[in-house]
Design a binder for this molecule. Structure first.
Ligand code: MG
Length: 173
């Protein structure tokens, strides 16, 4: 069995007249994130982390923002599709950790709902997912309330057979 990790990062602009959707949860706020899909910055970062761990490219490749099918898409559905791609590749999701960087509103009251929604879509248990939030402390685009960002790291395992020749070569010298 081999273990791999993947990194994900995303950011979106905060604008008036859009819903704020983070981790599949609609959060009441004056502003929302702008994007071709629902611009769920956290879910997008997690998708990229998963694809990275499985060496399957990135979110833009699988769900291009030029594709009308993904206009206003529910990013949780994109996450489900990414989870299915990993399963096809023989990858088992072991753990996902993520941080949302958002000046306001406070995410803490919404964290249980976000955690439940993402864990269900990922098909993982409570202890296999962690979601954190922090602020921009008034600095940069996040601090100026211009946008939000998210980072994620995913750990996956897969059977050695799925990793191909390189490990076998290494073992036999
Ligand atoms: Mg995005």
């Amino acid at each position: 069995m081999s273990v791999a990790t993947g990194l994900g990062y995303d950011c979106h602009r905060l604008v008036e007249g859009r819903a704020l959707v983070i981790g599949g949860v609609r959060i009441p706020h004056t502003h929302g994130l702008l994007g071709h899909s629902d611009a769920d910055v956290l879910t997008h970062a997690i998708i990229d982390a998963l694809l990275g761990a499985a060496a399957l490219g990135d979110i833009g490749e699988h769900f291009p923002d030029t594709d009308e099918r993904y206009r206003d898409a529910d990013s949780i559905e994109l996450l489900r599709a990414a989870v299915a791609l990993l399963a096809e590749a023989g990858c088992v999701i072991e753990h996902v950790d993520a941080t949302v960087v958002l000046e306001q509103p406070k995410l803490l009251p919404h964290r249980p709902a976000i955690h439940a929604r993402l864990a269900e879509a990922l098909g993982v248990g409570t202890r296999q997912l962690n979601v954190k939030a922090t602020r921009g402390e008034g600095m940069g685009f996040i601090g100026r309330l211009e946008g939000a960002a998210a980072l994620a790291i995913a750990t996956v395992t897969r059977a050695d057979a799925a990793t191909g020749v390189s490990r076998a070569d290494a073992a036999t010298g």
